[in-house]
Design a protein around this ligand. Structure first.
Ligand SMILES: NC(=O)c1ccc[n+]([C@@H]2O[C@H](COP(=O)([O-])OP(=O)(O)OC[C@H]3O[C@@H](n4cnc5c(N)ncnc54)[C@H](OP(=O)(O)O)[C@@H]3O)[C@@H](O)[C@H]2O)c1
Length: 260
């Protein structure tokens, strides 16, 4: 009953990892951590120069730039990975865009852009990867959502719902794929200092470095956790907040998170 929800990973040596969103922030730190641990890593995002800088000519790194919104690019990139690595043991969906905005500031084109990048692109990738993982009888899928998906937070008008959907998706994927020997990880970081959060003008409690985030993610996978959330002192508080009645939750948000 209390055994790990995923198979613990004892050794990264030779594991074939595909990191989507590896050109900066958490994805870049993860790529370096996986390479240091002995994994073979495909690095994807749009900015080729940044990907090459992260890969740093490592013999086990494959730079594979593409735009996650491009449906055909997913299948092309997957084919290249199969040609180079044979298969993919673990894919990490890390790409995202974020714009702090209140609901009255939303612009429909921009909403679509965020939903396509953060949510629809994950479906594009899953449609390509799941059948091949099932056919092989093994694999791993890590979805980077966010604590912003736990509760409806003002300022995260589009980003928050995109991450809430990813949390829901990860849960159902686990139920679908566990019996098929495919590990599913839901990764919910708190605040991490990256290009994404540098747009925030508010105080970010328990802010971590991308390297701390990468280390927490690797340790979580090594333990076989389903949900990997960090730092616990912040994420556990938000989990508690989910249990608050709406009346108290809304009071706290209006009192502390909105300035009008
Ligand atoms: N930082 C935090 O506090 C925090 C907290 C919770 C969750 N997260 C999540 O952690 C993940 C990584 O975020 P981060 O903080 O490390 O931000 P980041 O440094 O801005 O990284 C975002 C990554 O997504 C890629 N990306 C964006 N749009 C793309 C597209 N259309 N096609 C391909 N790649 C695209 C970017 O690369 P290119 O621009 O080169 O394409 C970049 O590699 C995201 O899923 C984010 O939501 C972050």
């Amino acid at each position: 009953m209390f055994q790990a929800l995923n198979s613990p990973i004892k050794n990264w040596q030779g594991k074939r990892v595909w990191l989507v969103g590896a050109s900066s922030g958490i994805g870049a730190a993860l790529a370096r951590a996986f390479l240091d641990a002995g994994a073979t890593v495909a690095l994807s995002a749009r900015r080729t120069t940044q990907l090459e800088a992260v890969a740093n000519n490592h013999p086990n790194a494959l730079v594979l730039p593409f735009d996650v919104q491009d449906k055909t690019a997913w299948a092309d990139a997957h084919e290249k990975i199969k040609t180079s690595f044979g298969a993919c043991d673990l894919v990490l969906f890390c790409a995202a865009r974020y714009k702090p905005e209140r609901s009255w500031e939303m612009q429909s084109d921009d909403v679509a852009e965020t939903l396509k990048t953060n949510l629809h692109s994950v479906y594009e990738g899953l449609c390509v990867l799941i059948p091949s993982m099932i056919a092989r009888g093994s694999g791993g899928i890590g979805i980077v959502a966010s604590v912003a998906g736990y509760v409806g937070l003002p300022n995260a008008s589009v980003y928050g719902p995109s991450k809430a959907a990813l949390i829901n998706l990860s849960e159902l994927l686990y139920c679908d794929l566990h019996s098929k020997n495919i590990n599913v990880y839901l990764i919910n970081p708190g605040f991490v200092k990256t290009e994404l959060t540098e747009k925030n003008s508010f105080f970010m409690p328990a802010l971590q470095t991308p390297e701390q985030a990468a280390s927490a993610i690797l340790r979580g996978m090594e333990k076989g956790q389903f949900e990997i959330h960090f730092p616990r002192r912040f994420t556990n508080f938000l989990k508690l907040l989910q249990l608050f009645p709406y009346r108290s939750r809304f009071y706290l948000f209006q009192r502390f998170l909105t300035q009008e």
